[in-house]
Design a protein around this ligand. Structure first.
Ligand SMILES: NC(=O)c1ccc[n+]([C@@H]2O[C@H](COP(=O)([O-])OP(=O)(O)OC[C@H]3O[C@@H](n4cnc5c(N)ncnc54)[C@H](OP(=O)(O)O)[C@@H]3O)[C@@H](O)[C@H]2O)c1
Length: 254
């Protein structure tokens, strides 16, 4: 491979998008540091991907561990050229006043604080080398509100604006910043984690043809392989069976 950016760190590579992205990028010739909390999943991924994938256990809410990067990575893996901020979660679909405070805290700690801190840990190296790329997984939930998205949607709106602001700071540097905002996506653990119930999660995708993790991996691979003078700022993507279809009106008050 002739791509100048060689080593990619993917957060949340134990399932869903991150897993598919890690496998795809190894196939495309990158060296991939695959992170997440479940080490056995990372080890299985490493077996599947081969020597160009390094499994590295990392909890995004353990800020000491996040801030210790890249120095805590093994020798030969400390130069991270590309950061893929994928780890994240939604918890619950309750109305704002019915949610558990701990769920909001967990979403903010992972989707916002963890993402910001790992970016802060790895960005200086990219700027110093004047080469790099930060790709974050936002969501259409950060663009279009829907009932029950409350803090989850707000964390993803944060990701969108954080990435746009990074672009402003990075003007003049050969470091790119991209936000990918998908809509309905199946084939991952997202809805099981959100709803805590396999049957409810399966029903969520009933009679739909959602995006798949491989579609997200394909998009990441494309964004990355564009020539260095091309920066994709934001990609909003949905399955064809989904659209933003108008504002809701409550007609019970007249
Ligand atoms: N699926 C969708 O419909 C959809 C749509 C738009 C955006 N997204 C976003 O895309 C990203 C990936 O979603 P997905 O569908 O692939 O979900 P997923 O299958 O549930 O995967 C989430 C990944 O994040 C990791 N993770 C969660 N909390 C973590 C923590 N504290 N520390 C480290 N890793 C953590 C999980 O690993 P461990 O549990 O092993 O730590 C897992 O690998 C998320 O940011 C999500 O918000 C998803």
């Amino acid at each position: 491979m002739t791509h100048p950016l060689k080593t990619v760190l993917v957060t949340g590579a134990t399932a869903g998008f991150g897993h598919a992205i890690a496998l795809r990028l190894v196939k495309d010739g990158f060296r991939v540091i695959a992170t997440g909390r479940r080490l056995e999943r990372l080890d299985a991924l490493a077996k599947e991907a081969g020597e160009n994938l390094l499994p590295f256990q990392l909890d995004m809410t353990d800020l000491d561990a996040v801030k210790a990067l890249p120095g805590s990575l093994p020798q030969g893996w400390q130069q991270v050229d590309v950061l893929i901020n994928n780890a994240g979660l939604a918890l619950g679909l309750e109305k704002a006043w019915e949610t558990k405070p701990a769920d909001w805290e967990q979403m903010i700690a992972t989707n916002v604080t963890g993402l910001v801190e790992i970016t802060r840990a790895l960005l200086p190296g990219m700027v110093e080398r004047n080469a790099g790329h930060v790709i974050s997984l936002g969501s259409t939930a950060g663009i279009y509100p829907y009932p029950g998205a409350n803090v989850y949607g707000a964390t993803k709106a944060f990701v969108d604006q954080f990435m746009r602001n990074l672009r402003s700071d990075l003007l003049g540097k050969q470091v790119r910043a991209t936000n990918i905002a998908p809509g309905l996506c199946g084939g991952s653990e997202f809805s099981q984690v959100r709803l805590g119930d396999d049957a409810k999660a399966a029903a969520f995708y009933d009679k739909t043809k959602p995006l798949l993790p491989e579609d997200i991996a394909e998009t990441v691979a494309w964004v990355l392989k564009l020539p260095p003078h091309v920066n994709i700022n934001q990609i909003e993507m949905m399955p064809t069976c989904q659209a933003s279809a108008g504002l809701a009106v409550d007609r019970s008050m007249a």
